[in-house]
Design a protein around this ligand. Sequence first.
Ligand code: GTP
Ligand code: MG
Length: 351
Amino acid sequence: MPHFCDAIACCPCLYDDETKSKRKVHQRITDEIEKAKKLARREIKLLLLGTEEAGKSTVIKQMRIIHGKESQDGKSLAKWVQSVREDVSRVHSHSPEGTWRNWTFRWRDRGNQEHATRVMDAARKHYDASAVPEVFRAIAALWQDEGIRECYRRRAEFRFIYLSDSSGQRSERRKWIHCFEKVNAMIFVASLSDFDQELLDKTANNYEDRTVNRMEESLALFNVVIQDRFLQNASIILLLNKTDIFQEKLQERHLADYFPDYAHFQPESQPAPGPKKDPQTAGQYVLSKYMAINDCHAAGKFASSSMEKDEQFMFAHFTCATDTKNIKLITKAVEDRLLQEALIDFNLALV
Ligand SMILES: Nc1nc2c(ncn2[C@@H]2O[C@H](COP(=O)(O)OP(=O)(O)OP(=O)(O)O)[C@@H](O)[C@H]2O)c(=O)[nH]1
Ligand SMILES: [Mg+2]
């Protein structure tokens, strides 16, 4: 039973004309905002791009978990465990062989040779679920071997481990990029940990002898897609991913050995240029490389659009895609930003 005053307040027939008209306007604005929000939500099209193994699928998986699309019941977890196991088997099946071809590898425990053979055999055969526990025991034993650990630490030296078809993909990019008409935003995933890795450049003459740095490869892809006419009005969301591996690698490797101009990179707050073992400054340096590409093409975009010069085209986040909490925060920031931009398009910016 409503209170007497509430009943009066809710009864429009008791309002004077001015109040009625104000309420009408208010209601119309509220309806418009709701409509615009629904429309914006329904129509936002995202394109996810990045070079091979940058973390695109992992970002999507996390988003599915965050939005409850990925059930975490026993059956689904078993599926994930299985997928992780297959991944680990795949990675380990490369390591010992690579080591033998390129480097004098020494087992700390010679008994582990048998375990290595077991893993390699399993990798060559069709996947056999019943063999998985045994293969996993072998992998666990191998991982205890200091020789394998050293091999892992020096993994960037084994060029062929990273041999992939992605540079073949590169020559085809101009064909497939046009499939993405009218996207509102592009999420570009770039792996920070690529700075010390190479892949064979299959587009080069005598490609057997030519390698390309994987971070350069990612910058080159970014440079191509950002100029695509279908993405001219899209917001660019840059995810600088694998912060955890980046941090770990920088303890042993100097970014300037791979990107010499890092030696001169000195943000305002930094007492000296190009510091070693400093993921913050190194991360800022990588970000600056992407920003430079974006800024270079943004000038053209400003000239051909009605946008103001101070409007930002790109926003960037440092991410660890395997960390659900981190991706949850980033997803929220991205969603807020995209909604805000959609509302600006409707002249309904939130203040
Ligand atoms: N440690 C760590 N591993 C990551 C991170 N992001 C992705 N990975 C791992 O990197 C590998 C490649 O990630 P994916 O998500 O499959 O990469 P992708 O971009 O979808 O790769 P393709 O589909 O081959 O182009 C997987 O083993 C992921 O678990 C991260 O932030 N930290
Ligand atoms: Mg993928």
